[in-house]
Design a protein around this ligand. Structure first.
Ligand SMILES: Cc1ncc(COP(=O)(O)O)c(C=O)c1O
Length: 433
Protein backbone atom coordinates (compact mmCIF):
# COMPACT_ATOMS: atom_id res chain seq x y z
CA UNK A 1 0.00 0.00 0.00
CA UNK A 2 1.36 3.42 -0.92
CA UNK A 3 -0.08 6.32 1.08
CA UNK A 4 0.23 10.00 0.24
CA UNK A 5 1.79 12.26 2.88
CA UNK A 6 -1.51 13.42 4.42
CA UNK A 7 -2.73 9.81 4.76
CA UNK A 8 0.60 8.70 6.23
CA UNK A 9 0.31 11.38 8.93
CA UNK A 10 -3.34 10.55 9.71
CA UNK A 11 -2.67 6.79 9.76
CA UNK A 12 0.30 7.22 12.10
CA UNK A 13 -1.98 8.77 14.68
CA UNK A 14 -4.78 6.26 14.02
CA UNK A 15 -2.52 3.19 14.22
CA UNK A 16 0.38 4.28 16.44
CA UNK A 17 -1.44 6.60 18.83
CA UNK A 18 -0.93 10.26 19.72
CA UNK A 19 2.40 11.90 20.57
CA UNK A 20 4.42 9.87 18.08
CA UNK A 21 6.64 12.70 16.98
CA UNK A 22 8.02 13.40 13.51
CA UNK A 23 10.68 15.88 12.50
CA UNK A 24 9.66 19.07 10.63
CA UNK A 25 6.43 21.04 10.13
CA UNK A 26 6.18 19.20 6.81
CA UNK A 27 7.31 15.63 7.71
CA UNK A 28 9.55 13.86 5.19
CA UNK A 29 8.79 10.45 3.71
CA UNK A 30 12.09 8.80 2.79
CA UNK A 31 12.07 5.74 0.60
CA UNK A 32 15.76 5.14 -0.15
CA UNK A 33 19.25 5.85 1.16
CA UNK A 34 22.81 5.51 -0.11
CA UNK A 35 25.92 6.76 1.73
CA UNK A 36 25.15 10.33 2.84
CA UNK A 37 22.11 10.65 0.56
CA UNK A 38 18.40 10.10 1.08
CA UNK A 39 15.53 10.21 -1.41
CA UNK A 40 11.89 10.98 -0.63
CA UNK A 41 8.80 9.46 -2.23
CA UNK A 42 8.73 12.22 -4.89
CA UNK A 43 12.31 11.41 -5.89
CA UNK A 44 13.84 14.51 -4.24
CA UNK A 45 17.42 14.03 -3.03
CA UNK A 46 18.59 15.15 0.44
CA UNK A 47 22.02 15.46 2.01
CA UNK A 48 21.90 13.66 5.36
CA UNK A 49 23.74 15.82 7.89
CA UNK A 50 21.92 14.39 10.90
CA UNK A 51 21.80 10.62 11.11
CA UNK A 52 24.38 8.76 13.16
CA UNK A 53 22.62 5.39 13.06
CA UNK A 54 23.85 4.79 9.47
CA UNK A 55 27.33 5.45 10.89
CA UNK A 56 29.24 4.03 7.91
CA UNK A 57 26.68 5.28 5.38
CA UNK A 58 23.10 4.42 4.47
CA UNK A 59 22.78 0.89 3.09
CA UNK A 60 26.52 0.33 3.43
CA UNK A 61 27.33 -2.59 1.08
CA UNK A 62 29.72 -4.33 3.52
CA UNK A 63 27.14 -4.25 6.32
CA UNK A 64 24.30 -5.30 4.01
CA UNK A 65 26.39 -8.20 2.71
CA UNK A 66 27.39 -9.30 6.24
CA UNK A 67 23.75 -9.29 7.40
CA UNK A 68 22.66 -11.16 4.28
CA UNK A 69 25.42 -13.77 4.57
CA UNK A 70 24.76 -14.51 8.25
CA UNK A 71 20.95 -14.38 7.91
CA UNK A 72 21.24 -16.90 5.06
CA UNK A 73 23.33 -19.22 7.24
CA UNK A 74 21.95 -19.13 10.78
CA UNK A 75 20.23 -16.86 13.26
CA UNK A 76 19.24 -18.02 16.73
CA UNK A 77 18.93 -16.68 20.25
CA UNK A 78 22.02 -16.49 22.40
CA UNK A 79 21.91 -19.74 24.38
CA UNK A 80 23.83 -21.76 21.82
CA UNK A 81 27.55 -21.59 21.28
CA UNK A 82 28.59 -19.22 18.51
CA UNK A 83 31.90 -17.67 17.49
CA UNK A 84 30.33 -14.43 16.21
CA UNK A 85 29.59 -12.87 19.60
CA UNK A 86 32.99 -13.82 21.03
CA UNK A 87 34.90 -12.54 17.99
CA UNK A 88 32.98 -9.29 18.20
CA UNK A 89 33.43 -8.71 21.94
CA UNK A 90 37.14 -9.48 21.62
CA UNK A 91 37.47 -6.97 18.77
CA UNK A 92 35.35 -4.32 20.51
CA UNK A 93 37.13 -4.54 23.86
CA UNK A 94 40.51 -4.25 22.08
CA UNK A 95 39.49 -0.64 21.25
CA UNK A 96 39.11 0.36 24.94
CA UNK A 97 41.34 0.49 27.99
CA UNK A 98 42.55 -2.90 29.33
CA UNK A 99 40.33 -3.20 32.41
CA UNK A 100 37.25 -2.98 30.20
CA UNK A 101 37.55 -6.51 28.90
CA UNK A 102 34.04 -7.95 28.76
CA UNK A 103 30.55 -7.08 27.55
CA UNK A 104 26.86 -7.83 27.43
CA UNK A 105 25.17 -7.28 24.08
CA UNK A 106 21.67 -5.85 23.91
CA UNK A 107 19.32 -4.61 21.19
CA UNK A 108 19.07 -0.94 22.25
CA UNK A 109 20.91 1.78 24.08
CA UNK A 110 18.10 1.95 26.64
CA UNK A 111 18.61 -1.67 27.63
CA UNK A 112 22.35 -1.07 27.86
CA UNK A 113 21.84 1.88 30.24
CA UNK A 114 19.33 -0.08 32.28
CA UNK A 115 21.93 -2.81 32.79
CA UNK A 116 24.56 -0.20 33.63
CA UNK A 117 22.39 1.25 36.41
CA UNK A 118 21.77 -2.22 37.81
CA UNK A 119 25.51 -2.93 37.67
CA UNK A 120 26.08 0.17 39.78
CA UNK A 121 23.57 -1.06 42.34
CA UNK A 122 25.09 -4.55 42.33
CA UNK A 123 28.62 -3.15 42.86
CA UNK A 124 27.86 -0.52 45.50
CA UNK A 125 24.74 -1.78 47.24
CA UNK A 126 23.42 1.79 46.78
CA UNK A 127 20.83 3.29 44.46
CA UNK A 128 21.46 7.03 44.17
CA UNK A 129 22.17 8.12 40.59
CA UNK A 130 23.39 11.50 39.32
CA UNK A 131 22.97 12.82 35.74
CA UNK A 132 22.72 16.17 33.98
CA UNK A 133 19.42 18.01 33.71
CA UNK A 134 19.33 18.27 29.90
CA UNK A 135 20.03 14.81 28.62
CA UNK A 136 18.44 11.64 27.30
CA UNK A 137 19.62 8.10 27.99
CA UNK A 138 16.69 5.94 26.94
CA UNK A 139 13.20 4.70 27.62
CA UNK A 140 12.98 1.89 30.20
CA UNK A 141 11.08 2.65 33.43
CA UNK A 142 14.37 3.17 35.23
CA UNK A 143 16.38 4.87 32.50
CA UNK A 144 13.62 7.29 31.44
CA UNK A 145 13.96 8.88 34.88
CA UNK A 146 17.35 10.19 33.73
CA UNK A 147 15.69 12.58 31.28
CA UNK A 148 14.32 15.62 33.06
CA UNK A 149 12.50 16.74 29.92
CA UNK A 150 10.69 13.40 29.66
CA UNK A 151 10.07 12.50 33.29
CA UNK A 152 6.46 11.41 33.29
CA UNK A 153 3.90 12.06 36.00
CA UNK A 154 3.80 8.27 36.43
CA UNK A 155 6.83 5.97 36.74
CA UNK A 156 6.65 3.49 39.63
CA UNK A 157 8.13 6.03 42.05
CA UNK A 158 11.62 5.50 40.65
CA UNK A 159 12.25 9.24 40.41
CA UNK A 160 13.51 9.40 44.00
CA UNK A 161 16.72 7.59 43.00
CA UNK A 162 17.83 10.39 40.66
CA UNK A 163 19.47 13.78 41.25
CA UNK A 164 20.58 16.24 38.60
CA UNK A 165 23.35 18.74 37.99
CA UNK A 166 23.16 21.66 35.55
CA UNK A 167 24.37 20.50 32.15
CA UNK A 168 27.67 22.16 31.27
CA UNK A 169 27.34 25.21 29.00
CA UNK A 170 30.75 26.43 27.80
CA UNK A 171 29.20 29.37 25.94
CA UNK A 172 27.33 30.98 28.85
CA UNK A 173 29.07 29.54 31.91
CA UNK A 174 32.70 28.68 31.07
CA UNK A 175 34.30 26.02 33.27
CA UNK A 176 37.60 25.51 31.50
CA UNK A 177 39.14 23.00 33.93
CA UNK A 178 35.96 21.10 34.83
CA UNK A 179 36.15 22.01 38.52
CA UNK A 180 32.72 23.72 38.66
CA UNK A 181 31.03 20.67 37.17
CA UNK A 182 32.94 18.33 39.51
CA UNK A 183 31.84 20.35 42.54
CA UNK A 184 28.21 20.31 41.35
CA UNK A 185 28.39 16.50 41.05
CA UNK A 186 29.91 16.31 44.54
CA UNK A 187 27.00 18.34 45.97
CA UNK A 188 24.41 15.96 44.49
CA UNK A 189 26.37 12.93 45.72
CA UNK A 190 26.39 14.45 49.21
CA UNK A 191 22.60 14.91 49.05
CA UNK A 192 22.15 11.25 48.08
CA UNK A 193 24.33 10.26 50.99
CA UNK A 194 22.54 12.51 53.49
CA UNK A 195 19.17 11.12 52.37
CA UNK A 196 20.32 7.60 53.26
CA UNK A 197 19.99 6.48 49.63
CA UNK A 198 23.74 6.43 49.12
CA UNK A 199 25.54 7.02 45.84
CA UNK A 200 25.75 4.37 43.12
CA UNK A 201 26.76 6.12 39.87
CA UNK A 202 27.17 9.18 37.71
CA UNK A 203 25.76 8.64 34.20
CA UNK A 204 26.95 10.98 31.48
CA UNK A 205 27.62 11.20 27.79
CA UNK A 206 31.32 12.10 27.97
CA UNK A 207 30.92 14.62 25.13
CA UNK A 208 27.53 15.90 26.45
CA UNK A 209 26.01 15.55 23.01
CA UNK A 210 22.36 15.91 23.90
CA UNK A 211 23.24 18.87 26.10
CA UNK A 212 24.72 20.76 23.12
CA UNK A 213 28.34 19.42 22.96
CA UNK A 214 29.99 22.18 25.06
CA UNK A 215 33.51 23.16 24.10
CA UNK A 216 35.91 21.66 26.66
CA UNK A 217 39.61 20.87 26.52
CA UNK A 218 40.67 17.23 26.37
CA UNK A 219 40.84 15.70 29.84
CA UNK A 220 38.02 17.90 31.15
CA UNK A 221 36.23 15.09 33.01
CA UNK A 222 39.18 14.08 35.20
CA UNK A 223 38.12 16.12 38.28
CA UNK A 224 34.60 14.72 37.99
CA UNK A 225 35.87 11.13 37.75
CA UNK A 226 37.95 11.76 40.90
CA UNK A 227 34.86 12.94 42.78
CA UNK A 228 32.88 9.87 41.69
CA UNK A 229 35.65 7.44 42.66
CA UNK A 230 36.26 9.12 46.00
CA UNK A 231 32.57 8.65 46.82
CA UNK A 232 32.78 4.96 45.91
CA UNK A 233 30.41 5.19 42.93
CA UNK A 234 30.69 4.02 39.34
CA UNK A 235 31.35 6.25 36.35
CA UNK A 236 28.97 5.22 33.56
CA UNK A 237 29.82 6.72 30.19
CA UNK A 238 26.97 6.56 27.71
CA UNK A 239 28.76 6.47 24.34
CA UNK A 240 25.59 5.73 22.39
CA UNK A 241 26.09 8.94 20.41
CA UNK A 242 29.67 9.94 21.11
CA UNK A 243 31.42 6.65 20.35
CA UNK A 244 32.83 4.77 17.36
CA UNK A 245 35.14 7.64 16.31
CA UNK A 246 32.42 10.30 16.06
CA UNK A 247 34.54 13.02 17.71
CA UNK A 248 37.35 12.43 15.22
CA UNK A 249 40.18 12.61 17.74
CA UNK A 250 39.54 9.34 19.60
CA UNK A 251 37.56 6.15 19.11
CA UNK A 252 35.66 6.89 22.35
CA UNK A 253 34.77 10.29 23.80
CA UNK A 254 35.74 9.21 27.33
CA UNK A 255 39.32 8.86 26.01
CA UNK A 256 39.12 12.44 24.77
CA UNK A 257 37.85 13.54 28.18
CA UNK A 258 40.71 11.76 29.97
CA UNK A 259 38.77 9.16 31.97
CA UNK A 260 38.30 5.39 32.05
CA UNK A 261 34.68 4.54 32.85
CA UNK A 262 33.64 1.62 34.98
CA UNK A 263 30.88 0.94 32.49
CA UNK A 264 30.50 2.12 28.89
CA UNK A 265 27.19 1.79 27.06
CA UNK A 266 26.64 1.59 23.31
CA UNK A 267 23.85 1.61 20.76
CA UNK A 268 22.74 3.58 17.70
CA UNK A 269 25.72 3.39 15.27
CA UNK A 270 26.89 -0.03 16.44
CA UNK A 271 25.06 -2.05 13.75
CA UNK A 272 24.53 0.76 11.21
CA UNK A 273 20.76 0.51 11.71
CA UNK A 274 20.55 -3.13 12.69
CA UNK A 275 19.42 -3.00 16.36
CA UNK A 276 22.50 -3.75 18.44
CA UNK A 277 23.56 -2.20 21.74
CA UNK A 278 26.06 -3.14 24.40
CA UNK A 279 27.55 -2.67 27.84
CA UNK A 280 31.34 -2.86 28.09
CA UNK A 281 32.82 -3.21 31.55
CA UNK A 282 35.40 -4.84 33.79
CA UNK A 283 35.21 -8.52 34.65
CA UNK A 284 34.57 -7.81 38.35
CA UNK A 285 31.60 -5.55 37.55
CA UNK A 286 30.15 -8.09 35.17
CA UNK A 287 30.60 -10.89 37.71
CA UNK A 288 28.85 -8.89 40.45
CA UNK A 289 25.97 -8.05 38.11
CA UNK A 290 25.60 -11.68 37.03
CA UNK A 291 25.53 -12.70 40.69
CA UNK A 292 22.67 -10.30 41.36
CA UNK A 293 20.69 -10.78 38.17
CA UNK A 294 19.96 -13.73 35.95
CA UNK A 295 20.13 -11.66 32.77
CA UNK A 296 19.06 -13.08 29.42
CA UNK A 297 18.30 -11.14 26.24
CA UNK A 298 16.80 -13.25 23.44
CA UNK A 299 18.05 -11.11 20.57
CA UNK A 300 21.02 -9.37 22.20
CA UNK A 301 24.18 -10.54 20.45
CA UNK A 302 22.50 -12.88 18.00
CA UNK A 303 24.70 -14.01 15.09
CA UNK A 304 23.22 -11.56 12.56
CA UNK A 305 23.60 -8.58 14.92
CA UNK A 306 27.22 -9.52 15.57
CA UNK A 307 27.93 -9.83 11.83
CA UNK A 308 26.47 -6.35 11.27
CA UNK A 309 28.43 -4.86 14.18
CA UNK A 310 31.66 -6.50 13.03
CA UNK A 311 31.21 -5.09 9.52
CA UNK A 312 30.80 -1.59 11.05
CA UNK A 313 34.15 -1.92 12.84
CA UNK A 314 35.72 -3.18 9.58
CA UNK A 315 34.43 -0.13 7.73
CA UNK A 316 35.61 2.33 10.40
CA UNK A 317 39.08 0.81 10.34
CA UNK A 318 39.66 0.03 6.67
CA UNK A 319 38.28 3.36 5.46
CA UNK A 320 39.94 5.31 8.28
CA UNK A 321 36.64 7.00 9.11
CA UNK A 322 37.78 8.49 12.41
CA UNK A 323 40.47 10.50 10.61
CA UNK A 324 37.89 11.45 7.98
CA UNK A 325 35.61 12.73 10.75
CA UNK A 326 38.43 14.83 12.17
CA UNK A 327 39.42 16.41 8.85
CA UNK A 328 35.95 17.03 7.45
CA UNK A 329 34.69 18.34 10.81
CA UNK A 330 37.59 20.81 11.02
CA UNK A 331 36.86 22.07 7.52
CA UNK A 332 33.13 22.43 8.19
CA UNK A 333 33.69 24.34 11.44
CA UNK A 334 36.15 26.70 9.76
CA UNK A 335 33.49 27.47 7.16
CA UNK A 336 30.82 27.86 9.85
CA UNK A 337 33.05 30.42 11.60
CA UNK A 338 33.28 32.34 8.31
CA UNK A 339 29.47 32.37 8.16
CA UNK A 340 29.43 33.75 11.71
CA UNK A 341 31.29 36.82 10.38
CA UNK A 342 28.28 37.57 8.17
CA UNK A 343 25.41 36.46 10.40
CA UNK A 344 25.15 38.01 13.88
CA UNK A 345 22.59 35.35 14.77
CA UNK A 346 25.38 32.74 15.01
CA UNK A 347 26.59 33.13 18.58
CA UNK A 348 28.94 30.17 18.90
CA UNK A 349 30.45 27.48 16.68
CA UNK A 350 31.69 24.29 18.31
CA UNK A 351 32.09 20.55 18.08
CA UNK A 352 34.65 17.87 17.35
CA UNK A 353 34.90 15.58 14.35
CA UNK A 354 31.51 14.92 12.84
CA UNK A 355 29.44 16.24 15.73
CA UNK A 356 29.29 19.98 15.44
CA UNK A 357 26.96 22.91 15.08
CA UNK A 358 26.25 26.54 15.73
CA UNK A 359 24.26 28.12 18.51
CA UNK A 360 21.69 30.71 17.39
CA UNK A 361 21.15 33.76 19.58
CA UNK A 362 18.99 36.89 19.57
CA UNK A 363 22.08 38.96 20.28
CA UNK A 364 25.66 38.17 21.10
CA UNK A 365 25.75 40.20 24.31
CA UNK A 366 22.85 38.65 26.21
CA UNK A 367 23.28 35.31 24.38
CA UNK A 368 19.51 34.89 24.60
CA UNK A 369 18.62 31.74 22.64
CA UNK A 370 16.96 32.18 19.24
CA UNK A 371 14.97 28.95 19.56
CA UNK A 372 12.08 29.83 17.22
CA UNK A 373 14.52 31.08 14.58
CA UNK A 374 16.49 27.81 14.80
CA UNK A 375 13.29 25.92 14.20
CA UNK A 376 12.46 28.03 11.13
CA UNK A 377 15.99 27.52 9.85
CA UNK A 378 15.98 23.74 10.02
CA UNK A 379 12.55 23.64 8.35
CA UNK A 380 13.93 25.90 5.60
CA UNK A 381 16.94 23.59 5.15
CA UNK A 382 14.67 20.58 4.85
CA UNK A 383 13.11 22.27 1.79
CA UNK A 384 16.58 22.95 0.45
CA UNK A 385 17.44 19.24 0.61
CA UNK A 386 19.54 19.32 3.80
CA UNK A 387 18.60 17.18 6.79
CA UNK A 388 19.75 18.34 10.22
CA UNK A 389 18.20 19.16 13.58
CA UNK A 390 18.53 21.18 16.79
CA UNK A 391 19.41 20.32 20.36
CA UNK A 392 20.54 21.64 23.73
CA UNK A 393 18.60 22.99 26.69
CA UNK A 394 17.13 25.81 24.58
CA UNK A 395 16.89 23.82 21.32
CA UNK A 396 18.78 26.62 19.60
CA UNK A 397 21.91 24.74 18.55
CA UNK A 398 22.13 23.20 15.10
CA UNK A 399 22.85 19.51 15.50
CA UNK A 400 25.05 18.35 12.64
CA UNK A 401 26.02 14.69 13.00
CA UNK A 402 26.20 13.06 9.57
CA UNK A 403 27.26 9.54 8.60
CA UNK A 404 31.04 9.19 9.03
CA UNK A 405 31.58 8.95 5.26
CA UNK A 406 30.69 12.66 4.95
CA UNK A 407 33.22 14.39 2.66
CA UNK A 408 34.67 17.91 2.35
CA UNK A 409 32.48 18.32 -0.74
CA UNK A 410 29.40 17.34 1.30
CA UNK A 411 30.42 19.82 4.00
CA UNK A 412 30.76 22.59 1.40
CA UNK A 413 27.30 21.84 0.05
CA UNK A 414 25.87 21.93 3.59
CA UNK A 415 27.48 25.30 4.39
CA UNK A 416 26.46 26.83 1.04
CA UNK A 417 22.84 25.82 1.61
CA UNK A 418 22.99 27.00 5.23
CA UNK A 419 24.27 30.36 3.99
CA UNK A 420 21.26 30.66 1.64
CA UNK A 421 18.83 29.44 4.32
CA UNK A 422 20.15 31.93 6.89
CA UNK A 423 19.76 34.81 4.41
CA UNK A 424 16.24 33.81 3.42
CA UNK A 425 15.03 33.06 6.97
CA UNK A 426 16.33 36.44 8.20
CA UNK A 427 14.66 38.19 5.25
CA UNK A 428 11.34 36.55 6.08
CA UNK A 429 11.05 37.96 9.59
CA UNK A 430 12.93 39.13 12.68
CA UNK A 431 15.05 36.65 14.64
CA UNK A 432 12.81 36.83 17.70
CA UNK A 433 9.57 36.28 15.74
C1 LIG B 1 22.86 9.27 24.59
C2 LIG B 1 21.77 8.26 24.37
N1 LIG B 1 21.71 7.17 25.15
C3 LIG B 1 20.76 6.23 25.00
C4 LIG B 1 19.78 6.36 24.05
C5 LIG B 1 18.71 5.32 23.92
O1 LIG B 1 18.99 4.47 22.87
P1 LIG B 1 17.82 3.59 22.22
O2 LIG B 1 16.87 4.53 21.55
O3 LIG B 1 18.54 2.67 21.28
O4 LIG B 1 17.18 2.83 23.32
C6 LIG B 1 19.80 7.47 23.21
C7 LIG B 1 18.76 7.63 22.16
O5 LIG B 1 18.55 8.66 21.59
C8 LIG B 1 20.81 8.45 23.37
O6 LIG B 1 20.86 9.55 22.61
Amino acid sequence: MTRDTATLIADRTRLLGPNVSTFYDDPVHFVRGDGVWLWDAEGRKYLDCYNNVPHVGHCNPRVVEAIHRQASTLNTHTRYLHDGILDYVERLTATVEDPLDSAILTCTGSEANDIALRMAEAMTGKRGIVATDATYHGNTSLVSQLSQSNVPSVGFGLGSYFRFVDAPDSYRHPDSDGQIFARAVARQIAKHERSGMGFAALVICPYFLNEGFPDHPDGWLKPTADVVRKAGGLLICDEVQSGFGRTGTHMWAHQKMGVVPDVMTLGKPMGNGHPVGGVVTRGDVLAEFRKGYRYFNTFGGNPVSCAAAMAVLDEIETRNLRANAREVGQHARARLRQLAETYEVIGDVRGSGLIFGAEMVLDRVTKAPASAFTDRLINKLRHKGVILSKLGRHKNTLKIRPPMVFSVENADLLIDRLDQALGETLAEGPVDA
